[in-house]
Design a protein. Sequence first.
Length: 572
Amino acid sequence: MTKWDKSRLPSRHVTIGPERAPHRSYYYAMGMTEEDIAAPLVGVATCWNEAAPCNTALSRQAQSSKRGVKEAGASPREFTTITVTDGIAMGHQGMKSSLVSREVIADSVELTMRGHCYDALVGLAGCDKSLPGMMMAMTRLNVPSVFMYGGSIMPGRFEGKDVTVVDVFEAVGQYGAGLMTEERLCQIERHACPGEGACGGQFTANTMACISEVIGLALPYSAGAPAPDLDRDHWAYESGKAVVELLRRNIRPRDIVTLKALENAAVIVGATGGSTNAGLHLPAIANECGIRFTLQDVAEIMRRTPHIADLKPGGRYVAYDVFKVGGVPVIIKALLDGGLLHGDCMTVTGKTLAENHKAVVFPRDQDVVRPVSDPISPIGGVVDLKGNLAPEGAIVKIAGLHALRFEGTALCFDCEEDAFKAVEMRAYKPGDIIVIRYEGPKGGPGMREMLSTTSAIYGQGMGEQVALITDGRFSGATRGFCIGHVGPEAAVGGPIALLRNGDRIVIDAEKGTIDMILPEEEIAQRRAAWTPRRTDYNSGVLWKYAQTVGPAYLGAVTQPGAAAETHTYADI
């Protein structure tokens, strides 16, 4: 085993010197040897739980990561953190916990690493907010780190077609509209999710998984294999080995996650028609590095990036299809060949992004991923909007939309439940713009996703005939003319709070505008008459979150990040 100099490693505080004998006694109690204790301590963090299939494969993969760490000459220390799974939290008050869980994941990993003085980190995550939460912890701590995605679910099969959980959400709308029997709905729900893994389309989990490779925090190819595939165990093992090499070379996350790397991440979201939630998570990861990278920065890059991957919810294919044609490196290779990525960015291999993908051959006998020269659309699948209704910006996924302009009449609701009830009763009409407000980071609190509502509308066959606007979020699985992250949010008196039923709104995704057609004097009068609303969350973690959370366009973060640091954990 390599003899390590721990003089600059955090674990020296718990393993070196006579005064640390009590600390070492705990390690002996867990079966560690003198050599194990003398080696670097590597945290192997997972979000394993039995809340949903997204997370159930993570414990198995962690064992392979630990083996890789051990065989590379360091000592793995496994621990777990929470997740809140959106598919189960969706459509009720539980969704208020979802975005908050991203901060809790990052905070809890930070506390575990700090409290036990671990020297490096392998982080395995499977569900939407756990991916950015784990990456935030890595960049915050700035110890050598490798991220690994737990893998997507295999597509379900029903009546000879691939189906996903989104088909189930939309089936609920069809059932409510009398277009589907309860028996058929039950059959779809039983076939949509066949086993372990995160939602299979280019929703938030797979969007962030693509980001993990292109931003350089994950090994090439590690995001591709489905969760049940034993190939994932190989990549988990390699991730464990890789983090020890990073420790030897002192390559840290902030050496990897630069402004250029963040720009690369935004490119792959646009190119794949990825989740609008990337507009929250990339600014939040940037904040941990002391880099200002806003929703507008993300969306501007996504807009000018050709859309080249034909993935659900706007397209035809799922993550498993990307894996079958060569995985995320195929997308990265197409973007590198098209001159759309910074190829000189460092990655966890110790090589640059371009070096990692030099030998990748773009497959021509497939139509899942296209070359940049023959895109699905010349602009990306996600764009930013600004105007008098959203001075701080808003975001919309345009992948799969047939029209990029919508003019209609506001139909306002002050919570998602009221909006969903109106949709169930079909108390709306073509040309309406359904406004769901007081669901922002502070106002929710927690910035809920609205997949249940949008899916019900699609299930009723009205997906192209109405639009939705919210200061909350839309799921990465949402499709249709759905505008989220409207800022300033209603809870702080943003213009969305001033809308009334019948007001005219114009949304133009081609021009990037979103405006309410009202005279300035009328807007000023309504603003003067507006009063803040209280929520029902006046204690507990949601109250605490509401006191500290910032605006959506800066990532809805709860602390100032690296810009305010006087030291980093890695240098304690």
